[in-house]
Design a binder for this molecule. Structure first.
Ligand code: GRF
Length: 237
């Protein structure tokens, strides 16, 4: 599948000559701080994109309020209103598709997605996960990291496949684990790096520099051998 490359040749808006902002659909179940990081980067001219819709499985998700405050269409569907997961997924993605996204970002979307909706969209759907994948998949990643006694932890951006938190990892940000850390302290340290990691990775995808192709992730025309590591200045080379 083609990367979410952008059309246009005029120079307005983007440093590399792109004119059409990447359309991003965001899926979120909760707080929405990653959504906010994208919105702030767009507003600050650091990300040449537009959020075309925010979608949730929770009608009370604070992410929806953040979207509405920014004038972005926000849609929530309750899974209880559907016969099964497949029916819910189909209804949700009918709405996501209607927003015409180039890229779909799962940013704290806490519901499993079925292969029927994931497979056709894998190359343009990413997830932000608070661990250095493949370590600590699933929930309570900071608790898992502390229990394992690791000295480094962090966040990953991966392409979404039907394998939970198991899709190809594009980029990571590493943080140290300090003696005496509790779950909340570690989570806060990761989140500070997770936000710029998401913004910088989305910018690479939006510009077409980073893409999932049939034989793996390609970065600047070469096969990526290991996930990109976010530098201290929060910008990929
Ligand atoms: C983040 O830590 C993300 O990595 C995880 O869920 C959390 C969502 O945070 N998948 P927010 O809703 O973006 O604030």
């Amino acid at each position: 599948m083609a990367p979410p490359a952008l059309e246009g040749s005029a120079t307005a808006g983007a440093p590399d000559g792109r004119s059409t902002p990447c359309r991003i659909a965001v899926l979120a179940s909760g707080r929405g701080s990653n959504l906010q990081a994208l919105l702030d980067a767009i507003a600050g001219g650091r990300l040449h994109a537009t959020v075309c819709g925010v979608f949730s499985d929770r009608t009370d998700a604070p992410a929806l309020a953040r979207a509405r405050a920014a004038g972005i269409p926000a849609t929530a569907l309750s899974p209880r209103a559907f016969a099964d997961r497949a029916a819910f997924d189909a209804a949700l993605f009918e709405r996501v598709d209607a927003s015409r996204p180039d890229l779909i970002v799962c940013a704290g979307y806490m519901r499993l997605l079925g292969a029927d909706v994931v497979a056709p969209r894998s190359a343009r759907m990413i997830n932000v996960h608070p661990s250095l994948l493949p370590a600590f998949k699933g929930l309570h990643t900071h608790r898992q990291a502390l229990a394992a006694g690791v000295t480094e932890h962090g966040a990953s951006i991966h392409f979404v496949t039907a394998d939970l938190d198991g899709g190809p990892v594009a980029a990571q940000a590493v943080v140290p684990v300090h003696a005496g850390d509790d779950e909340a302290m570690l989570a806060a340290r990761v989140l500070v790096r997770e936000h710029p990691l998401l913004v910088a990775t989305v910018e690479l995808l939006a510009s077409g520099r980073l893409a999932l192709e049939c034989d793996g992730i390609v970065y600047d025309g070469a096969r990526l051998q290991a996930p990109l590591q976010l530098p201290a200045n929060n910008r990929f080379a």
